[in-house]
Design a protein around this ligand. Sequence first.
Ligand code: RAM
Length: 916
Amino acid sequence: MSELELEQLVCEYRTELLGTDCVIPRFGWKIRSEKRNTRQQAYRIQVADAADFSRPIWDTGRTESDYSIQVEYEGPALLSRTRYYYRVQVWDQFGRQSQWSAAEWWETAFLDSREWQASWITPSDDTTGTVSLPVSMLRRTFRLKTAVTSARIYATAAGLYEIYLNGSRVGEEWLTPGWTSYQHRHQYQTYDVTEYLCEGSNALGIQLADGWYTGRLGWDKQSGHYGKQRAVLLELHVRYEDGSEETVCTDASWKAAEGPILFSGIYDGELYDARKEQPGWSEDGFDDLDWQETIVAKLPYSQLVAQENWPVRVTEILTPQQVIHTPSGDTLLDMGQNMVGRVRLNLHLSAGTHLILQHAEVLDREGNFYTGNLRSAKQRVEYIAKGAGVANFASFFSFQGFRYVKIEGLSELNDTQLLQGFTGEVMHSAMEPTGQFQCSDERINQLQRNIVWGQRGNFIDVPTDCPQRDERLGWTGDAQVFIRTAAFNYQVAPFFGKWLRDLEADQRLDGSVPFVIPNILDNNAANANEGQTNTSAAWGDAAVICPWTQYLCYGDERLLGEQYDSMKAWVEYIRRQGDNEYLWNTGFHFGDWLALDAKENSYIGATPLELIATSFYANSVRILRDAAVVLGKSPEVRHYSDMLNRIVEAFRREFVTPAGRLAAPTQTAHVLTLMFGLVEGQDRERTARELNDLVVNNKYHLTTGFVGTPYLCLVLSDHGYHDTAVQLLLQDNYPSWLYSVSQGATTIWEHWDGIKPDGTFWSDDMNSYNHYAYGAIGDWMYRYLAGLDMDETETAYKMIRIYPRFAGGRLTSASARLESPYGAIESSWTEEEGRRTLEVQIPVNTTARITLSGAKLGRLTESGNPLTDVEGIGAMEESVEGVQLTAGSGTYRSLIRWRVQKCSLLVRLASMKRIG
Ligand code: RAM
């Protein structure tokens, strides 16, 4: 084994990236070294169009640099539809040289949308009005002269599609082409279909459904948000051994018919009549004489972009845990987990059996099936059996949010047969898992699982608020509060990169940001807020917070540059709103949405809207200024620094009394003021103290909503009240994070009291049991409780910050692990009877600053050796907090131990860290 090894090479965050239109891809790699404190001294990258690298098209030669992520391709212009191979070699500061890494590849699709040759086609009678038409099937046959060496399909649809080649379904992606702001950006997918083809006759089939494009979206039952006509676009490119190529395209020669899917809708489910199946419809030799002609549709090409996001896939299969016979006589399957995806049935059914599956998240107080919170979404899948053989079916173009499935039409089956006849297929954007958190309290571990399930269920190509009712929209506020937590649990760079481009595309000319992205709400006057623009503070700020978070977590400076104009447009929009340039005190806002201090019958918490709007305004200007620094825009740095100062002054004049009291006595007002650095010195201490009092006097219960909750524990911990933060987390009676856990929740709820202590529900009209917003506490659990964080002077965890805050004896251990862009980071502590231990893992080419709170120099050991003698440990110093040290890469598995020094008051003062 070489001493220095390379692994996990990525191009644009992914391995084997098939079909990108990125013209300057970026590379990254991870380095493994047994030797501690290893840093990269130099790298060499080669790119070739053949796997043997015999003629590299780009060779950097040895390049002195410690960059090992986001390294841009600088070779000759790339060609469309070409596979490129790349490999990397590195040197470290000890003079060691690695072997070449194993070769990786990526492949381009169309680098210019004008290269498309195919025509958009539509089944001729397919002009969907308000009623959804059956799913269309389209087909054509073609001949190949000899065996092929490679073949690709590039395809998309106005609607949802799936492809069959010679009877086999192509690829493992679902809900393609995904959801974007279709008028501006419409994704297509690339499939490697080499294995599906044969010499001679072949056949292509496509199923085409409504989905997000023509189907119903939003709670007002409107469909056709993007158009009234479904259409599909496909090109098959075949390469023969002799190097020649042939193309098969969608055109008017294709035929169309209605298939067995008589109805399909995102919210409503599917109706499948197996008796209407046409066996062999996507194979050669099928008689399509009675199929209709298709017609060419006039849809544009300029908005076509290659797939950017992780594709939606089935990522896990759950088996039902039990059959429930409810008091009102229903038969239910309990999946044991509130999940998102679909049910698959695998059963012998006699001809004509009509099976109805309905999906719900919770049971009511009496234990009956409850669908009230779905509003008008039917979440209903029906299957009519044809009889012969086993019925193996799951909905094709719909997804449901559910734990319980009500089964009708199978009364002859016993419970065991029911349990064996169904599975749950979990579906979401197939992001790579990157984070793990656990601690000594099993309830918190369940909370962490609930956060992760909330992320899975709501990351279905766009970050949705909920996956079950007639909504499932990309609410900007929810995405903004959760993105940092999301980036711990999963690799979300392509996910949010895509969504942010849609945000920019849908941002209005005046800079305002719609409530939801993709924006379907503006199309309907019924959604307009009485003449107001559909925009709100803390929601529109997603335009600024999300690109910045991506920049921090992944070092994605390119995305920051691309989004900069959008960020700026949002800030300039705000500036024009207030009756004073530096206060935002006008217009509609969601405020501290769903906070518990809201007035009776209101969703909007008690914190003044102007305070929330102005504090987010300050935060966005601060981020914009920081982005200007990163992007080297000096005049704008000055401009936005000055603007920030004026906003802070205006904020203080408006909301802080001369004696330093915050004029709004809510938890959220205090949280935002501290989080966004809007007061200083004694005022700051006072605000923190009063926040702590508000929580303590409320018997360690929060009252915060969507806006205050994500930062509540962060500011308490940062201002010397960490113990209060820990008590809030561990609180298990209502309202609290653990309240829903104690009620058996397996996902995060939209409302703190989605199910009240007496078992009744919050009203039907807006009550999701799978809403990730309050899951934003995950960020604090990783960064503060387990202590795995970054030092933001560098991005992407190049400078790691390990600073466990411990839990005052309330937990005996906590640990977090993150697969960062540089490799795995771990921070894992135990505390028992004043004895603390820490284990850390630091990846090659990064450095960690570690704080051992309550420790004293000279008393620290690793594996029994004084820490001063340990390889990899650098400068150490003692402060009131404890010991600060730096560590180079390596696994400090053998425990670092110390005994806590009693100095909690000093620690509190010392941790009054200044933000801003
Ligand atoms: C509801 C949901 C969503 C929130 C909006 C304002 O639709 O709670 O999460 O962002 O309201």
